[in-house]
Design a protein around this ligand. Structure first.
Ligand SMILES: Cc1cc2nc3c(=O)[nH]c(=O)nc-3n(C[C@H](O)[C@H](O)[C@H](O)COP(=O)(O)OP(=O)(O)OC[C@H]3O[C@@H](n4cnc5c(N)ncnc54)[C@H](O)[C@@H]3O)c2cc1C
Length: 277
């Protein structure tokens, strides 16, 4: 048991088996790892690029025997270093870590994703098969809609409602995700909402949930250093996001005045949510 825990916390090298261009700015990286394959929806891996840094990434484990993936948006230092990897290259992972989404027994569910925030929600969809599910997901433009073809095929096979939104109207509804969610929420009473994406989007969805008296679970993003609840780089209110989250319920969110407004930068200083690192 102790050995298994130690193995979870020690960075282990994995070989990249497949790399898929999902959109012009997002790639998925697939590898075999028994522990990551067993990750629960909403859990994350600490992904280390030696000489660069280590960052948290949602784990996607929806197909293959022992296969797991991370889906990375090209941006700054670490994500760009990962993007340059080729099949056969190594990278290092710890975990899976964190408090996942609670799947619960509610029947009528609204799932709302934005950008790479869709990643932990895909594993949830698999758990929700047989329930009455509506998924809303969006992007700036059609080519940036993540997993579009997979979602269309899966929604037909497993009978969930799928709503796409694009800011420029090149696919689905011409609107931003929270606006689409507002219409959907006002048209029908849902038992619970599950969301992951940019925090301003999630704050709007949270406010709508409170207004319509609906349960909600939100996955938060903060600077994670240790990833296991020791260093407190990710503190928000009384919680450590890496250890007590990243998924939080409405009861926990109500005790976090920083949610939707403030975060901590790399030095630990509290800064407005939209300030740079
Ligand atoms: C729970 C969770 C899940 C995430 N899942 C995904 C995912 O599926 N796909 C995805 O693309 N991104 C995900 N992220 C965001 C990811 O961790 C990085 O923030 C993102 O890739 C930007 O890193 P960068 O080096 O490219 O960016 P930059 O903006 O250049 O970051 C500059 C430097 O800041 C540090 N840094 C940045 N973000 C973090 C962080 N969150 N924790 C610790 N140090 C950081 C690193 O040293 C980095 O090199 C997730 C974050 C969290 C908390």
């Amino acid at each position: 048991m102790e050995q298994a825990t130690a193995q979870l916390h020690t960075p282990r090298s994995v070989t990249l088996e497949r790399i898929v261009d999902e959109t012009p700015s997002i790639r998925s990286f697939w590898f075999s790892d028994v522990s990551m394959h067993k990750a629960h929806p909403g859990q994350f891996a600490m992904v280390w690029v030696p000489g660069v840094d280590e960052v948290p990434m949602s784990v996607l484990a929806i197909h293959g025997k022992n296969e797991a993936g991370v889906v990375i948006k090209k941006g700054g230092q670490v994500s760009t270093a990962l993007w340059e990897k080729k099949p056969g290259d190594l990278f290092w992972v710890r975990g899976p870590y964190g408090h996942p989404y609670s799947v619960g027994h509610h029947h009528k569910l609204l799932v709302v994703g934005g950008g790479t925030g869709l990643v932990p929600l895909l594993s949830l969809l698999v758990h929700f098969r047989g329930r009455d599910v509506t998924l809303i997901t969006g992007a700036r433009t059609a080519s940036e809609l993540l997993f579009k073809d997979w979602l269309i095929a899966d929604s037909k096979e497993h009978h969930f409602k799928l709503v796409f939104a694009t800011d420029d109207g090149t696919y689905g509804e011409k609107n931003q995700v929270p606006k689409v969610a507002e219409t959907v929420l006002r048209d029908g009473q849902f038992d619970a909402i599950y969301t992951c994406g940019p925090e301003p989007m999630m704050k709007k969805i949270y406010d709508l949930a409170m207004e319509t008296r609906c349960h909600i679970q939100v996955s938060l993003e903060r600077v994670f250093k240790c990833g296991v609840g020791i260093c407190a780089a990710c503190v928000i209110g009384p919680y450590l996001v890496c250890h007590d989250g990243p998924v939080f319920s409405e009861a926990e969110l109500s005790g976090m005045p920083e949610f939707g407004h403030m975060r901590r930068d790399l030095s630990g200083k509290r800064v407005p949510l939209n300030a740079g690192h």
